[in-house]
Design a protein around this ligand. Structure first.
Ligand code: ATP
Ligand code: MG
Length: 260
């Protein structure tokens, strides 16, 4: 029987008394490939930030591997929305990926001294070879020593995924990993996620509905409240002859309104 990796019960969240998430209940099982869709401002990023502990719990509970969030945070990898990088910043792809070792450092040294003190020691050969292995996993090993600013948007996103993989997460949360990437590039990223899904549980926020729904095994819609949808509802979306589908049209069809 597959295991429950994330269990959210009765989660509500407000910014400055403005409720953004209301009574969310969600269970993510091992090896799920869950798509999170919904209008701009619907609360998708807020949900991910709650799962990551970036947003403190206000109401409700979140368990990771059946334990309180703080105990198992290191099991989650995160690719944030808008990973725009200053393209003039002289940093190589491998250095970006090695930043993903922070979790590992935190785990190894938490009982001895503050983890951030270890950042000054630089990265060792083991960490470097792990970073290379992560780059290999995403098909970017040959770009390891290329300046991050010289990569295309799709290549840069692969590097961000490699950075998240560095800490060997069991769950990967991605917030719009294919924004500003053309349809071919989107498919390549999702093909990569599908490969990773053989051993990592995936939860991905996306507006690229026609692409994400052809890969997902489950789909949740968030607009303050969360509703689950059968993937079969979207058959005509994912098989639209033009390969394109208007998100606004679909959200209206689902009776949710556009929200933008
Ligand atoms: N740090 C913050 N402080 C105050 N309000 C916030 C903050 N972050 C988000 N919000 C508000 O919370 C609501 C939900 O935002 P959120 O970023 O979760 O939406 P989203 O579904 O990810 O949208 P998008 O598709 O545009 O990324 C929005 O109305 C937004 O303005
Ligand atoms: Mg967002």
């Amino acid at each position: 029987m597959s295991q429950s990796l994330i269990k959210i019960e009765n989660l509500s969240y407000s910014y400055d008394n403005q409720k953004v998430l209301e009574n969310i209940n969600l269970e993510v099982m091992e090896r799920d490939f869950m798509a999170i869709i919904g209008p701009n401002g619907g609360g998708k990023s807020t949900l991910l930030k709650s799962i990551l502990g970036i947003n403190p719990l206000q109401q409700g509970t979140i368990k990771i591997f059946d334990k309180p969030l703080s105990k198992n945070l290191h099991k989650i990898g995160y690719v944030p929305q808008n990973t725009n990088i200053n393209t003039n910043f002289p940093i190589q792809a491998i250095e970006v990926v090695m930043m993903g070792h922070i979790h590992t450092l935190k785990e190894q040294h938490s009982s001895r001294k503050p983890w951030h003190k270890y950042l000054s020691i630089g990265y060792n050969e083991f960490e470097r070879s792990c970073a290379l292995a992560s780059l290999r996993q995403v098909g970017m090993e040959s770009f390891a020593y290329t300046k991050i600013g010289s990569l295309s948007g799709g290549q840069r996103q692969r590097v961000m995924i490699a950075r998240a993989l560095c800490a060997h997460p069991a769950i990967l949360l991605l917030d719009e990993p294919t924004a500003n990437i053309d349809v071919e590039g989107q498919k390549q990223i999702y093909d990569l996620l599908l490969k990773l899904n053989e051993f990592i549980t995936i939860m991905v926020v996306s507006h690229d509905i026609s692409v994400v729904l052809s890969y997902a095994t489950k789909v949740a819609h968030i607009n303050k409240i969360l509703t689950f949808h059968e993937l079969s509802h979207f058959t005509d979306v994912t098989r639209h002859p033009s390969g394109h589908f208007c998100e606004v049209e679909m959200l209206q069809r689902m009776g949710k309104g556009c929200g933008c």
